[in-house]
Design a protein. Sequence first.
Length: 272
Amino acid sequence: MGRIADRFAALRQRGEVALVPFFMAGDPDLDVTRALLRAAAEEGADLIELAVPFSDPTADGPIIQRAGVRALANRTSLRQILELVAELRSDGFDTPIVLFGYYNPIFHYGPARLADDAARAGVDGLLVVDLPPEEADELWRPARAAGLDVIFLLAPTSDADRVRAVQRKASGFIYFVSMTGITGTKAIDAADVRRMVQDLRRSCRLPLGVGFGITTPAEAAVVASYADAVVVGSAIVRLIEAKAAAPDLVSEVGAFIRALKNATRARAGAAA
């Protein structure tokens, strides 16, 4: 078992669900990203999504798009992000890290090289938004050989064939996109998402994480009552954007993550 499976197993024993905050590497710079990741782990993050900035995202809304633009303006590269992960691991950082992004930077880096370098650095999983399972072998094979989990997406529009394709290749967990459209632009329909997640549970062997549209501790708590993981992205990135020049940026983000974790812990416990 890898770090992701171990973390979900430990959470199940405690009757908790995973809180998965999202950070854009290099926003506002890599030094601050390093501090944010450490604060997130200290304040209750169970896994972390660390995004590779890309100039032409398709799933990200305007908040995360702006973060990517800022990171690219800082010349944040995939190599630098792997170096950051390796540095954290050398300091004893043990929170699972999922590298999030789009296939173009990975293609240019080299899928097999990326898999080896990411595993060596201490990355635990890859989530490539625009790489469906039917087209993923070029990355999926070397990633699995290197011991990396590959996380795939399901959405409200996923049909039975897509669900089966994802379940054949996914490892670590499955990310359920709670709505159609892009991140950070509208709220989720909690009742519909609950029903869809419960339907998936009948055939899914992996933990199910839910993301997109979760912006407050109260919303995170609702999702925690039926999901195995709650992913929060745009709300965190919005806070980083608002506080970028403030001396209390890291502590404010940490406090928000603590509030999210406390809410998910309370709701998951009540649902048990």
